[in-house]
Design a protein around this ligand. Structure first.
Ligand SMILES: Cc1cc2nc3c(=O)[nH]c(=O)nc-3n(C[C@H](O)[C@H](O)[C@H](O)COP(=O)(O)OP(=O)(O)OC[C@H]3O[C@@H](n4cnc5c(N)ncnc54)[C@H](O)[C@@H]3O)c2cc1C
Length: 424
């Protein structure tokens, strides 16, 4: 039977990064991926920051960048707000996730991690002083049922939004999800700006996007929060904007490819901790059981930005921590070390997620008229300057905190306070 210090379930950005760092720290490491190919199928708009590209540590970023974006245009019912990136350092990029993920996997292999594809982890069970993973494997050495057992000291669940590892370990991190859909299609593009469209009939509880990826080709998609939507299926909303939205329908040229649909986890609970500091609550991403342990990372741990739905940057960041800590626990033979993982990742992004959850909740309950008010406030000189200079897609809370101090927004909040407090 094969034995590893660390077995990572899932070969997405979080899993590859966790494996890379576990192997780098000296732990014998294996990634088990159910699909036949790393990075496929893609369920992502592929919009990431320069910081995220640096975090990936991939040298040849040209291999996966489709388009460098100069800024963003925000469309509400009555406003069109153009926000230009002040410097190349602040630019976002549209990437090819399939290539990006493969590069991350190669980096993990370079550090010594093994990867087995076409291997779906069916169960994670503790037996004695070890954890046995049963996988349905398309590889040799399986039993009559096509199953194989692998032994691990630490299992890292990087198996995405539906995380089976989380369920098997009894760690629940998300109760609610955004339902998302996206196509690639011909679209008239004037400039390399990402466009965001907000409004209850466009994408209730979230937003729609158009992301240029090549000359006159864009990714067009949206997410909805079904708790605040008349329909839980996002497809009719996409069909509607493609055929009826005054901006999108005019520029969308009809041909469609690469349809993809997926979910984004909304982390559970956020609250105010000691000294009024915002912090995450109820988040459990570590399980220790008599000499073995389980960690969750990436979407499996709901490590996503609630305001934008982006999870690639946080997944990689937390993957590094998970890998390092898992290796340390194995090499020291002390599973108590695993507790450090949750402390460290919450310290890095816990407050940002907690604050983001509050903004998400607010956006879900306000009217299109309120969204116009927000756009109006954002369009004013000082706010515009603040967004341009301090706006940050990975850490958006700074700008939102400033926005919440504006008298018009305070009035808007006061008007909506009851609905906000009683929102699901
Ligand atoms: C429509 C859409 C658009 C998005 N756009 C963006 C964006 O623009 N920018 C951004 O930052 N984020 C975006 N996201 C979120 C982003 O895709 C995720 O946050 C990110 O992929 C999470 O990485 P991960 O490694 O945690 O999980 P994943 O990338 O989901 O990888 C999990 C892996 O685990 C494997 N797996 C699952 N179960 C098992 C099992 N039992 N055994 C073995 N393998 C298993 C899966 O096959 C998969 O390869 C978007 C999401 C959606 C749905």
């Amino acid at each position: 039977m094969e034995e590893y210090d660390v077995v990572v379930v899932g070969g997405g950005p979080a899993g590859c990064m966790a494996a890379k760092y576990a192997a780098k720290e000296g732990a014998s490491t294996l990634i088990l991926e159910e699909d036949a190919e790393i990075g496929e199928p893609v369920q992502c708009a592929g919009l990431i920051s320069k910081r995220a590209i640096e975090e990936s540590e991939i040298k040849n970023s040209k291999s996966f960048i489709s388009c460098e974006l100069k800024g963003a245009i925000l469309h509400s019912r009555s406003y069109e707000l153009r926000i230009e990136s002040p410097s190349p350092d602040k630019r976002a990029f549209a990437i090819r996730r399939s290539v990006f993920d493969k590069e991350l996997a190669k980096e993990a292999q370079k550090e010594g991690a093994d990867i087995i594809l076409r291997s779906k982890v069916e169960s994670v069970k503790k037996r004695g002083k070890e954890t046995k993973l049963t996988i349905m494997a398309a590889t040799a050495n399986t039993n009559a049922n096509g199953e194989k057992e692998i032994v691990a000291t630490v299992v890292i669940g990087a198996d995405g939004v539906k995380s089976g590892v989380a369920k098997m370990a009894g760690l629940k991190v998300a109760k609610n999800f955004l339902n998302c859909v996206q196509i690639e299609g011909e679209y008239e593009i004037d400039e390399a700006f990402v466009e965001i469209f907000v409004g209850k009939t466009i994408a209730p509880g979230f937003f729609a996007w158009v992301i240029p990826i090549a000359e006159n080709i864009a990714r067009i998609g949206l997410c909805i929060d079904k708790r605040f939507s008349s329909l839980s299926n996002p497809v009719p909303f996409l069909k509607r904007i493609l055929s009826e939205h005054p901006v999108i329908a005019k520029r969308y040229k009809g041909s469609t490819s690469n349809f993809n649909a997926g979910r984004i986890p909304i982390p559970v609970g956020a609250g105010v901790g000691l000294r009024g500091k915002m912090r995450m609550q109820k988040q459990k991403t570590v399980k220790i059981d008599d000499g073995v342990g389980v960690l969750l990372v990436g979407d499996a741990a709901a490590q996503v930005k609630p305001i934008t739905g982006g999870g690639v940057y946080y997944g990689m960041k937390c993957g590094k921590i998970a890998g390092e800590i898992a290796a340390e626990a194995c090499l020291e033979g002390d599973m108590e070390v695993l507790k450090e993982y949750e402390k460290r990742w919450l310290k890095e992004i816990g407050k940002e997620i907690a604050f983001g959850l509050k903004i998400h909740r607010l956006r879900c309950i306000i009217s299109d008229e309120d969204l116009d008010t927000i756009c109006h406030v954002l369009s004013q000189g000082d706010m515009m300057q603040l967004i341009t200079n301090r706006g940050d897609m990975d850490y958006p809370s700074f700008v939102f905190r400033e926005l919440l101090k504006n008298p018009s927004i305070i009035k808007l909040m006061a008007k909506n306070i009851i609905r906000y407090l009683y929102a699901k």
